[in-house]
Design a protein. Structure first.
Ligand code: BYC
Length: 325
């Protein structure tokens, strides 16, 4: 069902209703859950918000992995707070998606069965402490670049969730950059670790923005509906332009021999990621795909008794209320 859902953004909706809906979008009105919306709009939002929510939750795994090994108590407290923030972001986003008529349980089942994606970046391992710096700096940096414009997305609940999320994300990026600064200015070995982390996370971070515009399946319709505000390539370019001077400040080198300032376009020319690697990771063949899904599967199974107890409690309270009436 979901496979059909994502392919069919074209709708059979009433043309008059569609035109009125598009006029609201063009006038920058927010669409709210009870408003009429084309089926394709609803499905696209469920796909994007659901995948975004899953990314926040799965994104806790590579960093959570380092909480017990953070080098100081202060670093541990900061990382713990960051990872907790990601859980909160996941919850805001699941709630926003639920307003579109899908439950969190359904979305989780889709994640576990592979019918719904999460960001490719979280299928790469965090091998050492410098990687935690690189994730904060680059991965959260890319996430912010994508999420700031999404504060203006056309669907009200998504847009409001993004406003809260963006406030916290900028702190996340700062903590990552701070780790990188400490490492880059530390011993030669520490600087080497920082460079190595940049080398490994650079291209996967560029992939976070999605395929190049010519290969993006959903961008045109999503932009017409203002679900997406920018194309994948526009945001990737902005990310590179923002990040290169930050790397220079750290004294690190972006691992791209073809990176060059282009005066005419007012931005850097840079090498594309290896898109065959990207699609391979999407197919489940990245270094950590299996581990990530297994970890979420285990959490889902272990939490079953708690979810069942919550439902049973709610049902009991409802029955008591009915009996008292
Ligand atoms: N990973 O037509 P396209 C975070 C899929 S940060 C996996 O361009 P669209 C965090 C895409 O879903 C990350 N899949 O798609 C940070 C589609 O496949 P389906 C989360 C990807 O949707 C730090 C196909 O490729 N952020 O959470 O128009 C710590 C064709 O692509 C990726 C968001 O999710 C990818 N990188 O554009 C903790 C932001 N890229 O669905 C957490 C919201 C593409 O047809 N999402 N695909 O099977 C978006 O802005 C858009 O969905 C994207 C893709 C730009 C990602």
């Amino acid at each position: 069902m979901y496979a059909q859902m994502v392919k069919s953004e074209a709708t059979n909706d009433d043309p008059e209703k569609l035109a009125a809906f598009q006029a609201r979008i063009d006038a920058n009105e927010k669409i709210e859950p009870k408003d009429w919306m084309p089926e394709g709009y609803r499905k696209t939002l469920i796909r994007q918000i659901g995948q975004h929510a899953h990314s926040e939750i799965v994104g806790q795994l590579p960093e959570g992995n380092w909480i017990t090994r953070a080098p100081t108590l202060e670093r541990k407290a900061i990382l713990l707070a960051k990872v907790q923030d990601e859980a909160g972001h996941g919850l805001y986003l699941y709630c926003a998606a639920e307003t579109l008529g899908i439950s969190r349980d359904e979305m989780t089942e889709m994640l576990l069965s592979g019918k719904m994606k999460y960001s490719s970046i979280f299928n790469y391992p965090t091998l050492n402490w410098a990687d935690i710096g690189a994730v904060g700096w680059l991965v959260d940096g890319a996430a912010i670049m994508n999420q700031v414009p999404l504060q203006r997305t056309s669907f009200g609940p998504y847009s409001r969730a993004m406003i809260r999320i963006c406030k916290e994300e900028s702190f996340h990026q700062r903590q990552g950059y701070d780790i990188m600064m400490k490492m880059a200015r530390g011993s030669p070995e520490q600087k080497e670790m920082a460079q190595d982390a940049l080398n490994r996370f650079w291209y996967p971070s560029l992939m976070m923005f999605g395929p190049s515009d010519k290969d993006s399946v959903h961008s045109a319709q999503s932009m017409a509906w203002k679900i997406k505000i920018n194309t994948n390539d526009e945001l990737r370019q902005k990310f590179v332009d923002q990040t290169v001077p930050q790397a220079e400040y750290l004294g690190l080198t972006i691992p791209d021999p073809d990176l060059k300032w282009n005066e005419e376009k007012g931005g850097y020319d840079f090498s594309e990621p290896d898109w065959s690697e990207f699609y391979d990771v999407l197919k489940g063949n990245g270094p950590c795909n299996r581990d990530r899904i297994e970890a979420r599967q285990e959490a889902w199974e272990k939490g079953r008794w708690f979810r069942d107890a919550l439902v049973a409690h709610a049902e009991k309270r409802a029955a008591r209320r009915v009996a008292a009436e």
